[in-house]
Design a protein around this ligand. Structure first.
Ligand SMILES: *Cc1c(COP(=O)(O)O)cnc(C)c1O
Length: 240
């Protein structure tokens, strides 16, 4: 609790490097996205000062508000949208975000594409656990994977969106090992999609949070999304 944000940032960064090396992976292949939803602009400035270059947010209006308060500091970093996006909030993503991790349905991809005047790197969010409370493309049954590939090929035709990979969020657990099978399945689905669609550009895996980012790195994550382990507890009263 007494640790500063800078200490936490360094600790998590070093941990990622070590875990990647132990897993026989290159540490440069894992990008740390610091999740700053529900955090003050002061704390966000601290983590940027500590070296963070990529920040993840769930509520685009909250992000837009923060960016306006932060001035130039905000333009020095890349903003990643990681939460469910309602179509009426698309313009915030168009205006401020450089990556979108949570394309969870075809309609949002189509609408986002129509509003963009530039290209945007996106992940398709996949639901591999079958949890009903969770969004994303339903691919918990491997028999749906071939159909998912058809969907991917359709979405690939949207000219402003560049599908760079898959994102997943395992069921909530206190035990990081419990997430391993979901992360592994996500990697297997990525491999399947690459093979079936021949779209080798769909290579990235956005997976792992504060609790289980080490397991995610071991299973091939190329983007981890870590919030509270670096930033401390969120202020949920600010949620919009
Ligand atoms: C909030 C959030 C995170 C970060 O969770 P922490 O437990 O704070 O690390 C990562 N991914 C998504 C999609 C989130 O909503």
């Amino acid at each position: 609790m007494a640790n500063s944000i800078a200490d936490n940032y360094l600790k998590v960064s070093n941990q990622i490097v070590q875990t990647a090396r132990k897993a026989g992976r290159s540490a440069e292949d894992v990008k740390l996205v610091v999740v700053t939803k529900g955090q003050s602009v002061q704390k966000i400035a601290e983590v940027i000062q500590a070296g963070a270059t990529d920040l993840g947010e769930n509520y685009p209006e909250e992000t837009t508000q923060k960016i306006s308060e932060m001035d130039q500091v905000a333009s020095a970093v890349s903003w990643h949208m990681i939460g469910h996006l309602q179509s009426r909030k698309i313009k915030f993503v168009v205006d401020h975000f450089s990556m979108m991790h949570s394309i969870d349905r075809p309609s949002i991809a189509v609408e986002l594409n129509a509003k963009l005047d530039r290209s945007l790197d996106v992940f398709l969010e996949v639901n591999l656990s079958g949890e009903e409370s969770k969004g994303g493309f339903q691919v918990s049954n491997p028999q749906t994977w071939a159909m998912f590939c058809e969907t991917v090929l359709g979405l690939q035709k949207l000219d402003r969106l560049r599908i760079v990979g898959l994102m997943t969020m395992p069921p909530y657990t206190e035990d990081p090992e419990a997430s391993r099978s979901v992360f592994r399945l996500c990697r297997e689905l990525r491999d399947f999609v690459q093979k079936e669609t021949r779209l080798i550009s769909i290579a990235q895996l956005s997976m792992g949070t504060s609790l289980d980012y080490n397991v995610a790195v071991e299973e091939g994550a190329t983007y981890v999304r870590v919030g509270e382990a670096i930033m401390g507890a969120r202020d949920y009263s600010k949620k919009v």
